[in-house]
Design a protein around this ligand. Structure first.
Ligand code: SF4
Length: 258
């Protein structure tokens, strides 16, 4: 199969780009540029398979991130470029950067100085929310956006290919500790052996949502080439219908799709 590694970022701080979900978003990639590091290997990952993203390059240090971010924020502020969100969303899982907590503190301080109205958002697969310093750092940001695509370990195997030791129950416990003050992000798709709309996926996922009561839910689907072939996206209407029981119960749900 041809190499489907398509979207690796070449900068530690990139954009701002317009995001359907976050507005004008300045991105921060805490993983190596020209590489991917993740403890998931999702079948839909826009960065491609982990094996194709291996690199010897080091992860950016807190000092590098701080200086790249300050340079970019200064430049954007001088040019009056609007920024709604400073978003950790790089080529892999940002909480794997060993300096993640310090980087969050530096980012919050720079945000306060240059763009006090901007939100700081972190897109995370939630696999490390049980680590106290990671949890504390995620609690300090405005938008901890935490992924849960599958309600059980067996189903997560099919869509996320997690590294050994993954436990859905542990992730859910970690999310519970947010007391609902987080955004849940869930990918809806169909593959050969995973279907987000199947009763064994959708029903238990909705029960988890009801238990966690996140302040917002982001449901989205594939809109870029994916490493696994044959994946099927859902339309926005299909996703809206699938989650209707939750929206009828008052959950705030943002749907991204065509
Ligand atoms: S968690 Fe995110 S970065 Fe990691 S494999 Fe999945 S989609 Fe890619």
């Amino acid at each position: 199969m041809r190499n489907r590694r398509l979207m690796l970022r070449e900068e530690t701080v990139f954009g701002p780009i317009h995001s359907r979900r976050l507005g004008n978003s300045l991105g921060i990639n805490l993983l190596p540029t020209k590489g991917k590091i993740c403890n998931f290997d999702c079948i839909y990952c826009e960065c491609g398979w982990n094996k194709d993203g291996r690199t010897r390059e080091a992860l950016p240090s807190a000092e590098t991130v701080r200086s790249c971010l300050e340079g970019k924020l200064r430049e954007c502020a001088a040019a009056l470029v609007p920024i709604d969100s400073i978003t950790f969303s790089g080529d892999g899982e940002p909480t794997l950067n060993p300096e993640f907590p310090r980087i969050i503190d530096d980012t919050l301080a720079l945000r306060d100085r240059y763009y006090p109205a901007a939100r700081v958002s972190v897109l995370s697969n939630a696999t490390r929310v049980h680590v106290p310093e990671i949890f504390a750092a995620l609690r300090r940001v405005d938008n901890p956006i935490l992924k849960l695509d599958a309600p059980t370990d067996a189903l997560a195997e099919r869509i996320n290919h997690p590294a050994p030791g993954y436990s859905t129950a542990r992730v859910i416990e970690g999310m519970k500790a947010f007391g609902g003050d987080f955004i849940l992000q869930t990918m809806f798709l169909r593959s050969r052996d995973f279907d987000s709309s199947a009763p064994e996926v959708l029903g238990p996922w909705m029960d988890i949502v009801r238990m966690l009561r996140p302040r917002e839910i982001m449901v989205y689907t594939i809109d870029r080439p994916t490493p696994e072939s044959g994946l099927e996206a859902f339309t926005a209407t299909q996703m809206r219908n699938l989650v209707r029981p939750l929206s009828d119960e008052g959950f705030r749900i943002q749907i991204s799709g065509k």
